[in-house]
Design a protein around this ligand. Structure first.
Ligand SMILES: *[C@@H]1O[C@H](CO)[C@@H](O)[C@H](O)[C@H]1NC(C)=O
Length: 230
């Protein structure tokens, strides 16, 4: 049985750290947000909208060729807008990754999200998951959905569905860490440009048995949004 203490300490690592380090807990002004290391991705061309750290899983299925292919993800985003100038900002992915990797298998991404929503922590920005492409009706695209939590709770336009425009291998190495990516909005007002950087984890094993079940792989990343029209 999952200890509630474990769940609480894991789920609250990021927001507790945020509230300990800053007077104003969340929603610091990010108009002048700049990504410290773009690592070759195109620079944003609009004002900052949000910056969050996410904890979740990447989903994979095994193809007939015996390699994993990405089929989605599920993650919770915590507001780190007040931490961009903090000396801990660079260390956050490693800190959260260590806690997430150490969590027992019974603590899943959906359980963490369900728990966090039951306490409605103000440091939660929202969720990241995949939806059917709302323009073409086929294929799936990533969505960042801030309609249910934090400062944008209740605002039905506080989301963005995006499509990848550019990607680069994680500077920390591709064996474990998923690519850094730059995406452009196809629907929603939350942001017109989204970045995933500072990834930890999320890569599947190199090969698989085509008959095997889908898997989820834990990951942590920073997500950045620019160009909100909310
Ligand atoms: C990804 O896996 C999560 C479980 O961690 C699940 O809730 C979600 O529906 C999956 N998403 C896709 C698109 O497969």
């Amino acid at each position: 049985m999952v200890s509630i203490t474990t769940l609480v300490s894991l789920a609250l690592t990021a927001p507790l750290m945020a509230s300990a380090l800053v007077m104003k807990r969340a929603e610091c002004n990010v108009n002048n947000l700049a990504i410290p290391n773009l690592a070759g991705l195109p620079a944003p061309t609009a004002k900052g909208a949000f910056v969050g750290i996410a904890l979740g899983t990447q989903n994979y299925t095994c193809t007939s060729a015996g390699v994993y292919t990405n089929v989605g993800a599920l993650a919770e985003l915590f507001d780190i807008s007040c931490l961009t100038k903090s000396p801990f900002f660079e260390a956050l992915p490693d800190i959260l990754d260590a806690a997430w990797q150490a969590a027992p298998p019974s603590i899943t991404a959906p359980k963490i999200i369900q728990f966090l929503h039951s306490i409605s922590s103000p440091e939660i920005l929202g969720q990241h998951y995949y939806v059917t492409n709302p323009i073409t009706g086929s294929g799936i695209n990533p969505k960042w959905d801030f309609t249910s939590q934090g400062a944008t709770a209740g605002n039905k336009d506080a989301f963005v569905v995006a499509a990848k425009t550019a990607g680069i291998a994680a500077p920390t190495g591709t064996a474990n860490d998923v690519d850094w990516v730059f995406l452009s909005a196809i629907q929603g007002k939350l942001a017109s440009q989204v970045y995933r950087t500072d990834t930890r984890g999320g890569q599947p094993p190199a090969t698989c048995d085509p008959a095997s079940d889908p898997i989820v792989v834990k990951y942590v990343a920073k997500y950045w949004g620019f160009g909100s029209t909310l």
